[in-house]
Design a protein around this ligand. Structure first.
Ligand SMILES: [Zn+2]
Length: 102
């Protein structure tokens, strides 16, 4: 629900209706097997749910950048890759719910 006490010029978060403020953000995008980080993205960030929204021009620029095969990264970072394999602990099935065949 929109916040009635919002300052003028401040837009409401489409997700939760609270005030958003401009901020420079970064995002990570997979291009096939390649993980790309894009920074210096002007966004509106919700103060409450931290959701980020880009305007149309920013979305277009981001899409164009990701479609450009010749785009040159400004730097490279080493990314740590973790795995959840063997770390998921499923609960035992409820014995009451198991059908016993005598
Ligand atoms: Zn929000």
């Amino acid at each position: 629900m929109p916040n009635e006490n919002m300052e003028p010029g401040v837009s409401a978060c489409p997700k939760c209706g609270q005030a958003m403020h401009p901020a420079m953000v970064k995002t990570a995008i997979w291009r096939g097997e390649r993980l790309c980080v894009v920074e210096d993205i002007p966004a509106q960030v919700c103060d409450v749910c931290t959701e980020q929204f880009y305007d149309e021009e920013t979305t277009d620029a981001l899409r164009q950048l990701m479609e450009e095969d010749t785009a040159v990264p400004k730097r490279e970072v080493l990314v740590s890759v973790f795995s959840l394999e063997g770390r998921i602990h499923r609960r035992e099935p409820d014995p009451e719910g198991v059908y016993a065949d005598y």
